[in-house]
Design a binder for this molecule. Structure first.
Ligand SMILES: Nc1ncnc2c1ncn2[C@@H]1O[C@H](COP(=O)(O)OP(=O)(O)O)[C@@H](O)[C@H]1O
Ligand SMILES: [Mg+2]
Length: 254
């Protein structure tokens, strides 16, 4: 293409419009490619996650199959009923955890206040007698737009993990404050801490799980927080404790 240097205002204007169109086309192309790449990455991730899910479901399903086989051989024998119920509960909870992860990006934001969500999340988690809870909720934090049930669940997951990290008791400090146009929540425990080799796996679905856990809570939480335009991170010291930090945009950022 031979392009002469424009030398009249009209020609300059035309050249400007043409380059703007080229720029917009390029942007659209970059956008399309980024979406394709993200989709491919997500598809790859889902393949891995569903095979992990199938693997973890095999245990309870096998228990149910075996129990039913044994019950058929001994009609009237109900000893296996609690075992079947427990396996069903486990399989259902695992599928619920997977659904929370899979649908993490689907949020329905509505006006709300983080402090209220924290209070609700604290009601959701049984805190044992050995754990003392310290709340420092800044009453002046501005409202924001949150999916209330999904964000409540995020805080309940983090608080639940903190409590589980302190089986011998300890202190759970939950605080909120404002940082510029963001509301920041910090949930700190004096528990076991997260071993260095586990730190880059905690947000990966099935990346690390404790006995009785599914390894999906933080992975789902990260997707939910990011769908709100927020961030989630932690600081941890083995033997001393862990602090999780969630930052969310507030109404002040608009
Ligand atoms: N506050 C914490 N203290 C110590 N370890 C933690 C804490 N929070 C998360 N973890 C680690 O991160 C892992 C992933 O957490 P999560 O996704 O909730 O899965 P799980 O079902 O195992 O609780 C946990 O198994 C635990 O090892
Ligand atoms: Mg957990």
């Amino acid at each position: 293409m031979c392009e002469r240097t424009p030398d009249t205002v009209e020609e300059l204007r035309k050249a400007l419009v043409a380059s703007e169109e080229r720029y917009m086309a390029l942007l659209a192309d970059v956008d399309r490619r980024a979406r394709e790449l993200a989709e491919r990455e997500f598809r790859g991730e889902m393949t891995r996650v569903s095979s992990e899910l199938a693997h973890d479901l095999r245990g309870p399903l096998q228990t149910i199959t075996n129990s039913i086989y044994l019950m058929e051989r001994k009609p009237g024998d109900t000893t296996y009923v609690p075992k079947i119920n427990e396996a069903l509960r486990h399989a259902t909870a695992l599928l619920d955890g997977f659904r929370d992860y899979y649908r993490g990006h689907e949020i329905t934001p509505m006006p709300g206040n983080v402090n209220r969500l924290i209070e609700k999340a604290l009601e959701d988690v049984p805190v044992s007698g050995g754990v003392s809870v310290v709340k420092r909720l800044d009453s002046s934090i501005p409202d924001g737009a949150f999916d209330p049930s999904k964000m409540r669940r995020v805080f309940a997951v983090i608080i639940g993990n903190a409590v589980e990290a302190m089986p011998g008791g300890g202190s759970l400090a939950v605080s909120t404050h404002v940082e510029g146009d963001r509301v920041v929540v910090e949930i700190a425990d004096t528990g076991s801490g997260i071993p260095v080799e586990m730190r880059d796996k905690v947000f990966v679905p099935f990346g690390s799980k404790k006995r009785g856990g599914f390894g999906l809570g933080l992975a789902a939480s990260k997707r939910v927080v990011e769908a709100h335009g927020g961030g989630i991170s932690f600081d941890s010291e083995v033997g001393r404790g862990t602090t999780f930090r969630v930052s969310l945009p507030s109404n002040r950022s608009k």
